[in-house]
Design a protein around this ligand. Structure first.
Ligand code: ZN
Length: 330
């Protein structure tokens, strides 16, 4: 018994000393760990996002070389100027099948706490010239409201600009509204994404973004954001982080599933080696949606009827939470 007791005491002593020895380096490591940056996420004004989609639609189709396009440009510059540290326009001429078009990329810069990282948030603001997927030939020969295909991404970004004004972002942010995304002809990629191609061809070390997030078709009342396949290859850590935040605050719209490849404004950046993500309701593209109401891509039915403030807010809150609480630590 005595011997047993002595053995017990020895065992306990050895355990205590070995535990003590182990805890020293662990606690040292904790003291020296880099603190995680997690800023307060500013509010996202969903009503303003919705109203700004409606405002864009109210000008008429924002087709290049039309007065509606110019009016909308002035509106977007005026709105962004209320919130950004600087706003400027990259104006350029382009040729589509020999026809000259005047295009404008609108750029808004926001200074963040840490200027060594630049996050570019983009959406296209132009409307497609023709509703060429419309089954009605008369309607297919005209342009359309493009509330979701163009209007929605811009609406979310305008409202995010407002949020950046209330709470400085943790990194530098560039909001870029690309022109000429939807000038492409059926069956060819050549004339799509004119604004983002122009922008990336003129990147310098001073304005080269660290990462890119594009928003497109982000306003449908039953939106589903499945992971776009190119984005998953290009920026897997951003994808994991955005979709896990989306599962928390995205109101059921972010689906943790990998879908198809989409050619969108993120591709020119990916081709420059910049990790890029496209948040897009991909089921709409090609009009293969299970729900017949959702088969309105590039048709005259792309109207405000389909747009929901709840979806715009789900996307805005997800991207804002990602930026303020996760992006600086990636
Ligand atoms: Zn389109």
């Amino acid at each position: 018994m005595k011997l047993n007791l002595i053995v017990h005491i020895l065992v306990v002593f050895v355990l205590i000393t070995s535990c003590t020895k182990e805890t020293v380096p662990i606690s040292k490591e904790i003291v020296h760990a880099k603190p995680k940056i997690s800023k307060t996420v500013p509010l996202f004004d969903g009503k303003y996002a919705y109203e700004s989609v409606a405002k864009q639609v109210s000008f008429g189709p924002r087709v290049p070389n039309t007065p509606f396009h110019l009016k909308c440009k002035d509106y977007l510059i005026a709105e962004l100027s209320l919130y950004a540290d600087s706003v400027f326009v990259q104006s350029f001429e382009d040729y589509i099948e020999g026809e000259k078009v005047q295009l404008f990329n609108i750029i808004a810069r926001f200074k963040g706490d840490n200027p060594s990282k630049v996050l570019l948030l983009g959406a296209h603001w132009d409307s497609r010239p023709l509703a060429d997927e419309d089954p009605n030939p008369k309607k297919a020969a005209k342009s359309f409201d493009a509330a979701n295909d163009g209007g929605s991404g811009v609406g979310v970004l305008l409202s995010m600009a407002k949020s950046f004004k209330t709470e400085k972002p943790p990194v530098n942010v560039d909001i870029v509204l690309f022109d000429g995304e939807d000038l492409g002809l059926h069956g060819s990629l050549e004339y799509f994404c004119r604004g983002s191609k122009y922008y990336t061809q003129r990147l310098t070390p001073l304005n080269r973004p660290s990462h890119v997030i594009i928003l497109d078709l982000v306003g449908d009342k039953e939106a589903q954001f499945i992971i776009e396949r190119n984005s998953n290859r290009s920026a897997p850590s951003l994808i994991r982080s955005i979709w896990s935040v989306g599962a928390e605050v995205g109101n059921g719209t972010f689906v943790n599933q990998i879908g198809t490849d989409i050619y969108d404004d993120h591709i020119p950046f990916m081709e420059m080696g910049i990790p890029s993500v496209d948040i897009i309701d991909a089921e709409l593209v090609g009009n293969r949606a299970f729900n017949p109401r959702r088969r309105y891509w590039h048709t005259s039915d792309d109207t405000m009827e389909n747009i929901s403030e709840t979806t715009l807010s789900a996307v805005g809150k997800t991207v804002l939470t990602f930026i303020y609480q996760h992006y600086p630590n990636l």
